[in-house]
Write a protein that binds this ligand. Structure first.
Ligand code: HPA
Length: 271
């Protein structure tokens, strides 16, 4: 990743009309519907944006959208890049750097995750309060990282406290159950073994998924305030583990999506 590449990606998008977005939004697996509420959308397919990684997973539409959402200019990633698709940590986080260079001031992230904390149920939404990086690497481990921000990026409060407090109040007002907890990121794409679910619980994770943490690390590098939520799509009970059903995971994500959209809508209105 070079500054010149970022400049070319950004110039392409500005040329398409992506002018001064205020908020960046990353939508996770099965969570693409928020884009229906974007007014006057402009689309840029990932495969057309210079230096963007090439999109693969078929249930992701793979595009960047720009438009007005709740009166604010937003840029939305419909579908994200995962390590399990063969991308590296630089690829996965490249779009965050581009959105930052376009001018976003805040980042909203959603994902689908499994519930490790068995007090949480599938269909619940969990506000991510902290994370554990189990992906075996860092998106900041490259030679000229200091040109883009602090090399030793502080991670004492990786998820913005003020937005978390606001979102909690919104959830109460809207009568949406909002859990709060720690998200552990794994590489995937295989699901976890029973022993791994037990380990994750001992480590202090409340949810597990295959994304988000690299993006959050880079957003912290760029000093972008973040709010991130997990849609809990399955319950990871090592003593009663059912074979994974990806269709069901996507279906649960889709069913829970309206609550996630409502939370994001209200928060964007308020900030
Ligand atoms: N593990 C990892 N990623 C996931 C899971 C899970 O159980 N559920 C949804 N994404």
């Amino acid at each position: 990743m070079t500054q010149k590449q970022l400049d070319e990606s950004t110039a392409y998008l500005i040329g398409k009309g992506f002018e001064q977005p205020e908020i960046g939004i990353v939508l996770g697996t099965g969570l693409g519907k928020l884009v229906d509420d974007i007014e006057e959308p402009i689309e840029a397919h990932y495969n057309h944006i210079p230096f963007f990684p090439l999109a693969t997973v078929e249930f992701h539409s793979g595009k960047l959208l720009y438009g007005t959402f709740q009166g604010k200019k937003v840029v939305v990633m419909q579908g994200r890049f995962h390590l399990y698709e063969g991308y590296d940590l630089m690829d996965v986080t490249y779009p965050i750097r581009v959105m930052h260079q376009l001018g976003i001031k805040k980042l909203f992230i959603s994902n689908a995750a499994g519930a490790i904390n068995l007090d949480f149920k599938k269909g619940d939404i969990m506000l991510i309060e902290d994370h554990i990086n189990l992906q075996g690497g860092s998106p900041l481990a490259f030679k000229n990282v200091a040109k883009f921000g602090d090399r030793f990026t502080d991670m004492a409060e990786p998820y913005d406290k003020e937005m978390r407090t606001k979102l909690t109040a919104i959830a109460q007002r809207e009568k949406i159950t909002l859990r709060e907890g720690v998200y552990a990121s794994v590489v995937g794409p295989q699901l976890e073994t029973r022993a791994e679910y037990r380990m994750l619980k001992i480590l202090g994770a409340d949810a597990v998924g295959m994304s988000t943490v690299p993006e959050v690390i880079v957003a912290n590098h760029l000093r972008l305030p973040i709010v991130a939520v997990s849609v809990l799509t399955d319950e990871c009970d090592p003593d009663n583990l059912q074979p994974v059903n990806i269709e069901e995971i996507i279906a649960i994500a889709g069913k829970t999506e309206p609550k996630m959209v409502k939370l994001f809508k209200e928060l964007i209105k308020e900030i």
